[in-house]
Design a protein around this ligand. Structure first.
Ligand code: BT5
Length: 338
């Protein structure tokens, strides 16, 4: 695994290889601008080759990158980025525990809003409530965004919904697949979960210090572990072809930025409206909601102002759910479906 401080230099190293993609460059020439030894360059080359980069080695001559790899390299993303804030600084790792953990560290060090942290693989990808996120190497998108919104902490859940709307827009736009959103922010294709969002924040009573929006997308996964079969899927499995992870990220950043600006300038109405339009769970769905300490059953009645899910119970009472796991209620079997 590459350490955080090494990543920046490595990034510049890859940039040099990309800039000289057709010629052999000597170890010495590569080492000099990066202020590292030729031995370090040699080690990096071997480790990058292990990660799937095709770099030719010619003894006494140097190194040549022969194939632009299918990696989420900042250099490849920067070329096409059309946003003002989101993704303006990019951090790419081959392997991390969790991109959200890296984002927290960077945010605490004062890194500016919009920083995007991406990894090819996570060893401890996290879901909500300490659950795991299955993060297979180089076929999925594992990213976290640092935001510093001018919002009260009680409005944070709207950012969560905005991320889900942007994700749904990005997948529909780049993959031509129809999506659904399960409250609050699972993006489903053909009723299977293809993406999840983990939003975390650091806040005072009255003000958000920063937020980390962590997004996992199953893009080109050919299969899933037994424990997830039937519930999880990938865009590849549902769409029947492989998709460009970079294109999806670029679209996601564009859609999310639009909603994010709109939210801060005009309030939450548009996000709520779009979420409702894109989710079959918004209204009239019979659901069971696991609230942790209890379960409720009822019919969905739209969203509350702060993004809560309104559920009409059999007693006629309306409950505003702030957090929980929603499943479709199948009356015939009188049991929930995942
Ligand atoms: C989520 O949690 O859906 C949030 C997932 C967020 C993952 C991203 S990846 C980048 C960033 N860094 C992180 O460490 N996390 C974020 P939750 O609603 O609690 O769903 C978790 C549950 O989904 C698990 O308990 C499994 O049942 C299922 N699951 C796990 N991995 C999955 C996958 N790859 N695809 C679909 N379902 C999965």
């Amino acid at each position: 695994m590459f350490q955080a401080e090494e990543t920046r230099k490595l990034d510049r190293f890859i940039q040099l290889l990309l800039a000289n993609a057709t010629v052999f460059v000597s170890g010495e020439k590569l080492a000099e601008p990066l202020n590292v030894s030729r031995m370090t360059i040699c080690n990096w080359v071997h480790r990058l080759r292990e990660q799937g980069m095709v770099i030719e080695i010619k003894p006494k001559t140097g190194y040549r990158l022969t194939q632009v790899p299918d990696l989420l390299l900042p250099q490849l993303i920067k070329r096409e980025l059309r946003t003002k804030v989101l993704g303006k600084s990019l951090y790419h790792y081959f392997q991390v525990g969790s991109t959200n953990d890296v984002a927290h560290q960077l945010a605490q060090q004062g890194v500016a809003e919009g920083a995007l942290i991406m990894a090819e693989q996570q060893t401890h990808g996290r879901g909500r409530l300490g659950r795991d996120w299955y993060s297979e190497k180089s076929v999925g998108i594992y990213l976290s965004l640092i935001l510093r919104p001018d919002l009260k902490p009680r409005h944070a859940s709207i950012i969560n919904l905005a991320a889900a709307v942007a994700l749904s827009q990005a997948i529909e736009n780049t993959c031509a697949l129809t999506t659904d959103i399960r409250w609050p922010n699972d993006v489903l294709v053909n009723n299977k979960k293809c993406s999840g969002i983990l939003t975390e924040m650091s806040a005072d009573l009255d003000q958000i210090k920063y937020m980390v929006v962590g997004i996992g997308i199953n893009v080109n996964h050919p299969s899933f572990p037994k424990s997830l079969e039937g519930r999880a899927s990938s865009l590849f499995l549902e769409g029947g072809r492989r998709f460009s992870r970079i294109e999806i990220i670029l679209a996601l950043l564009r859609f999310f930025e639009d909603l994010y600006f709109q939210l801060q300038e005009q309030g939450s109405d548009e996000v709520l409206k779009q979420w409702i339009r894109r989710s079959s769970f918004a209204r009239g769905k019979e659901v069971s909601v696991d609230l942790g300490d209890k379960k409720i059953h009822g019919t969905t009645m739209g969203l509350g102002k702060e993004g809560t899910l309104r559920v009409k119970l059999r007693s006629g009472l309306i409950e505003d759910v702030m957090s929980g796991d929603v499943v479709i209620w199948e009356r015939a079997n009188d049991r929930p479906r995942g």
